[in-house]
Design a protein around this ligand. Structure first.
Ligand code: XMP
Length: 510
């Protein structure tokens, strides 16, 4: 199988490089520069190598540097940002700090005709983020692009197939970035582009079949996309040696617990333990109104339930998690296994010790995880499920949580979701749900005065959930949801729609 090595020098977009390459159907693997030997590179038969960016200066005392002989292996190399400067340094050029300051952000780049810039206009926009620059080119190299501030925005030695770009082609702000990467892969490295996500699935299953042979693995299944895909993938690899624990804390949406149990237990034949812990959780939450306290109680109780269950299972060597690449970044990136508390678990069981943590989706982005999920035959509704917070409906009931309120909210939430989906809004709205406010108001139903609950409907449109716009849901959809909620739930007298963006509000109400 043809593959590209992405040699990691610590830059923030490294995974993005691998993702772009994979999107062009060429397999890319990221390896840390200091743990990758020349003989390993030779024996792996890479079609090309990409040096990533990094925060250092090549002359800094602890600057990450690889063996200069890497440039003599005859394998094409593309250096990006720091990687470009490193090529200059290793090949005998000179790198200097820019006298006129650093370049940051969208920048106009002037490029020359060259294999790397095939089908790229002579003047285009790129994304720059650097202070140092290549001041003197190494022997054999020529400048093939510049900007107003940077005399060498790209250079190459075509005879040795060595290329370097000061800007970041992997970032969308570089308008022709994909074309440049494409040119490197197909025109310079001669890749065929026949890699498919099925190959990732097969390799991963094969890898864990070998690595986890004879070992027992435990996975906390939340029913979210990531832990579900991890569960099915590992189940394919190790079958009954995988035990999935699904803690139903009673704070899930309508029919969610049964759906998870049915999908994994019956459809996929996964060894699944569903723990019905509603009473335990509601007992702990009794009388609690403060949002942060609710979250803390739920997180802690989750661990206790999980621990109790794990004790019954007996010796377990490994803990599996559905950590995906954005989680790795969030939790402080490193090349050693970062043990991140799973979003929907709230933390790792402290009294349990595992030989190792297994994270099969660690290198993938959300859309790639979804693609894997689809290929594994996981139901569409689960693969495309909107995010759901670990503390569940507890953060969507303002004030004290009771079983009555939970049931009422579940019904209202299911109605709103149904109406949104019926209207085809689920692509535009990334998260939509109902909230049970603590406001009671006067109403009239039939001929009687009522004094009932107020339900708030919330829908947001967003790419990353860091910021979000309230969704412009058509009035007719809101009207249908409102009349159904007040009609089908006797205790609700009023329905309001939340028209606040994030910031200043958050997506959840608590
Ligand atoms: P906020 O409310 O912070 O939500 O704007 C942003 C995204 O995060 C989800 N969220 C959570 N997810 N545990 C989770 O696993 C939590 O405690 C939690 N709080 C918020 C929220 O649903 C939205 O998608």
């Amino acid at each position: 199988m043809e593959k590209i090595l992405v040699l990691d020098f610590g830059g923030q977009y490294n995974q993005l490089i691998a993702r772009r390459v994979r999107a062009m159907q060429v397999y890319a693997e990221i390896k840390p520069y200091h743990k990758t030997t020349l003989s390993e590179i030779r024996s792996e038969g890479y079609k090309g190598i990409i040096f990533t960016g990094g925060p250092n200066s090549v002359y800094a005392e602890n600057a990450p540097r690889c063996d200069g002989d890497i440039l003599t292996l005859g394998i094409p190399v593309l250096g990006i940002c720091y990687g470009a400067q490193l090529i200059a340094y290793l090949a005998g050029g000179e790198v200097r700090a820019a006298e006129n300051g650093s370049e940051y952000g969208k920048t106009v780049v002037y490029s020359e005709e060259n294999r790397l810039f095939q089908d790229v206009p002579a003047v285009s926009e790129c994304f720059m983020s650097h202070t140092d620059y290549i001041a003197t080119l190494p022997k054999g190299f020529t400048t093939i692009a510049h900007t107003d501030k940077c005399p060498c925005a790209a250079m190459c030695d075509e005879s040795r197939k060595l290329y370097a770009v000061q800007f970041h082609p992997e970032v969308t702000h570089t308008v022709y970035g994909n074309q440049i990467l494409h040119n490197f892969l197909f025109s310079v490295c001669g890749c065929a582009g026949d890699w498919k996500m099925e190959d990732f699935i097969e390799r991963t299953i094969e890898k864990y079949r070998k690595e986890l042979a004879g070992k027992k693995v435990l996975l906390a299944l939340s029913g979210g996309v990531d832990s579900s895909v991890a569960a099915v993938l590992l189940h394919r690899a190790i079958g009954k040696n995988l035990t999935c624990v699904f803690v139903d804390h009673g704070l899930l949406r309508k029919d969610e617990g049964d759906f998870v149990e049915h999908t994994f237990g019956e459809k996929f034949g996964v060894h699944l333990l569903r723990i019905n812990a509603e009473e335990r959780f509601l007992g702990k939450l009794k009388g609690v109104t403060e949002p942060e306290k609710k979250r803390k109680i739920i997180g802690e109780e989750f661990i206790r339930v999980f621990e109790d269950e794990a004790k019954n299972i007996g010796k377990v060597e490994c803990l599996a998690q559905g950590t995906i690449y954005p989680d790795v970044i969030e939790s402080g990136k490193g090349d050693s296994a970062v043990i991140k508390s799973h979003h929907n678990v709230g933390g790792l069981p402290s009294v349990m010790s595992f030989e190792s943590i297994v994270e099969p989706l660690r290198d993938l982005f959300k859309d790639e995880v979804r693609e894997v999920g689809e290929k594994l035959g996981i139901p569409h509704a689960l693969v495309w499920r909107q995010p759901f917070p670990g503390p569940g409906l507890a953060v969507r009931i303002i004030g004290e949580i009771t079983k009555e309120k939970l049931d009422l909210l579940r019904t209202a939430d299911a109605i709103f979701r149904e109406e949104m989906e019926r209207a085809g809004m689920e692509r535009e709205a990334k998260q939509y749900f109902a909230v049970l406010t603590s406001v009671r108001s006067v109403g009239v139903k039939g001929d009687s005065r009522t004094y009932g609950y107020t339900i708030a409907l919330r829908s947001v449109t967003t790419d990353d959930f860091m910021t979000a716009e309230w969704t412009r849901v058509p009035f007719e959809v809101l009207e249908r949801a409102s009349s159904r909620i007040t009609g089908e739930i006797a205790e609700v007298t009023r329905v309001v729609y939340d028209i606040t963006s994030k910031p200043p509000a958050t997506v959840e109400w608590e």
